[in-house]
Design a binder for this molecule. Structure first.
Ligand code: G7M
Length: 316
């Protein structure tokens, strides 16, 4: 299969904007990693014809919008009948292509980790104590490459510059606020913004202490202000949280519309920023001692580290 990049293969250090596709031409589906009928999304492992690298493609049907619904419900949309019974009829409708868009996310080249991340698998809850973090999680994280190019591209204004909504450049308490790649910016009720801090030495919630309170409060208040000014969404309509475990170990905060049931916004993953601030005010080392429960897939290397560590302890 082949997706056709506009440019040649992206090289290390190349400008990221080059890795752009104009169609799905030549993309071969290797495997459907996950099919999610409830969110009308599918996660695909693909490969370009004549290329060795893997691709992960996520396709999602987009919601209807008030601006275009009249055009969808017009004579341009042809209908084929499924069933008619008295006053009830069901049909398949075929709106014009421009009204029938899908959101596509393309990760190319995709790593083994991406493929594992998007593969449907059994999941498990892990209760990670403060000691578990020091003995199992942190050594595992230290073996990983902490370099997160897409994050540094944003912070260094090499990518997504035009999407940045707000920036506080302060190196200690500053951050960049921009739309999460999951948000198409068309539907306000799916609003999904990301605040990425400028500091590079904070891996996750586990590292946070009272030293970080000024940064956390800054992200909370300036993030909410910027969202209200730009999108007219009030602070009491925004859910603000951190993920634990995150996918990327450089501290960032999620801002989503309260009406949006965003992936990863529920118990077992999301920690409200206001709770985080309060807990740290009560006890500076709260997140170094607290048992944190997270959910991991069976193929997640961190889950496997925990299985190994638990086995070793049981044998002691
Ligand atoms: O689980 P974690 O807290 O690490 O979430 C990371 C978030 O970053 C997710 O909501 C992703 O959708 C988002 N994200 C990931 N990438 C690779 C990008 C990107 O390149 N640009 C933007 N704007 N968001 C991203």
């Amino acid at each position: 299969m082949s997706l056709e990049p506009l440019s040649k293969k992206l090289c290390k250090g190349d400008h990221v904007e080059n890795n752009e596709f104009t169609s799905f031409k030549n993309l071969n589906v290797v495997r459907i990693l996950q099919d999610k009928p409830e969110s009308k999304a599918a996660f695909i492992h693909g490969r370009f014809e004549g290329r060795d690298e893997d691709a992960v493609v996520i396709v999602e049907k987009t919601p209807f919008s008030a601006e275009t619904i009249q055009q969808v419900l017009s004579s341009d949309t042809t209908l084929t009948t499924h069933h008619i019974n008295d006053i009830y009829g069901t049909y398949s409708g075929y709106p014009k292509p421009e009204l029938n868009d899908i959101k596509a996310t393309i990760i190319f080249p995709a790593t083994e980790k991406h493929i594992i991340k998007y593969t449907d698998q059994p999941i498990h809850a892990i209760n990670e104590t403060g000691d578990d973090y020091k003995i199992v999680t942190l050594p595992y994280l230290k073996k990983q490459d902490f370099h997160i190019q897409w994050v540094y591209n944003i912070l260094e204004k090499k990518a997504e510059t035009e999407r940045v909504l707000f920036e506080d450049p302060d190196p200690k308490i500053g951050f960049v606020l921009l739309p999460d790649m999951k948000w198409d910016k068309k539907h306000m009720e799916n609003m999904y913004m990301l605040a990425i801090c400028h500091r590079r030495d904070v891996l996750s919630l586990r590292d946070l202490t009272e030293e970080h309170l000024p940064m956390l409060r800054n992200i909370l208040s300036k993030g909410l202000n910027a969202i209200k000014e730009a999108y007219g969404v009030n602070e009491d309509q925004v859910k603000i949280y951190l993920h634990y475990q995150p996918s990327y170990y450089h501290l960032h905060v999620h801002f989503t519309h309260l009406k949006f049931n965003a992936p990863g916004s529920s118990v077992g993953k999301a920690y409200l920023l206001t709770d985080v601030i309060d807990n740290i005010v009560l006890m500076s080392n709260y997140y170094q001692g607290k048992t944190l429960t997270f959910v991991a897939t069976e193929a997640d290397p961190l889950y496997l580290e925990f299985v190994k560590a638990r086995k070793a302890t049981n044998h002691d």
